[in-house]
Design a protein around this ligand. Sequence first.
Ligand code: UD1
Ligand code: UDP
Length: 357
Amino acid sequence: MRIASIVGARPQFIKAAPLSKRLRREHREVLIHTGQHYDRELSHIFFEQLKIPRPDYNLKVGSGGQGEQTGKMLMRVEEVLLKEKPDLVIVYGDTNSTLAGALAAVKLHIRVAHVEAGLRSYNRRMPEEINRVLTDHISDLLFCPSQRAVENLQREGIEEGVYLVGDVMFDALLENIEVACRESQVMERLGLSEGGFLLLTIHRQENTDRFENLNSIVGAVTSIEKKIIFPAHPRVRKWLRHWGLWERCQNAPNLMVIEPVGYLDMLLLEEKAEAILTDSGGMQKEAYFLKTPCLTLRQETEWSETVDDGWNTLVGTQPEKIREALCDLSFPTQGKNPYGEGEASKKIAEIIGRLEN
Ligand code: UD1
Ligand code: UDP
């Protein structure tokens, strides 16, 4: 079968890595990188570390407004699909690259498979929520990471082509955690000891582009008397400067602002941190898999199972709530992992293998 896989942003390289490896054993895969992320630290480093083949196409779409970025992707993905004529297009997650890839394919009558289908935050102000809902409604195959995701789809009337397979990011983590422990030098490089630091990431539009939220988070993290490692996404760098908060971060003695790190360094930091403060979707799950408590700097999450299990606390952006939650970190016993056994990519590849051309 000819399969076109479409990626473009950091978490999608990680999600695509384990599945791409399996699909290439039996199928011809054309890898399309939209170019949504283009800095070495957000893109190339993941291809190197996860041994993902070089993309067959890089559409070099780059940054831009929601409509501009998605529109350019739609045009350029369509051109490639017309040329390559794949039997199936695979899209991952909830970024603009996901929606553009799915929309281009469905209009050309090419089957669409959505990996990480059925996730919902029920907050339509998030561009990701729009991307998820629309992509799910135009997909033929919907690969869900959890039973809750399957139920979310049922509530929207989507029952056909839905498969509960588990989470591909868990596959990636299991494949790489030992490598990370063996090879990453990040602890020595940053002078860190196990449990002796907090790990922070921020990149959600609602937290970066709104002064009140970013100012509030900065107020909280600069007043905590614990070492905090902050690999800063370019989006938050831009907005910290824009809102005049950059110097405050630089001058805070407890806060270490560093470049975004590669996947192996990140896994090790997540494993060794006392707790993780983040608005990242992927990091909430990784914290859960690695049994590191997570404080999510949002009001809601699409990974709600991690909250129900007691490992993830929704703290929003208020300093008092963040401080309170840090004083009250809990380490509950985990029940059955709702995101599967780390065999999602195997299951997806088997289902795709049974499709007719
Ligand atoms: C995107 C996804 C988000 C995902 C995140 C993963 C959408 C709507 N958002 O958000 O769901 O969680 O990726 O990290 O698709 N920039 C650079 N260099 C780069 C890439 C971006 O400097 O290589 C800067 C640009 O100023 C750009 C900004 O970051 O405007 C935001 O990038 P963009 O891809 O639009 O959204 P993300 O916030 O990265
Ligand atoms: N990640 C990384 N380096 C970083 C920040 C994140 O390798 O500096 C990884 C992280 O381990 C996870 C994924 O990127 O696997 C999450 O991506 P991101 O937070 O950008 O997006 P989201 O998951 O929120 O869509």
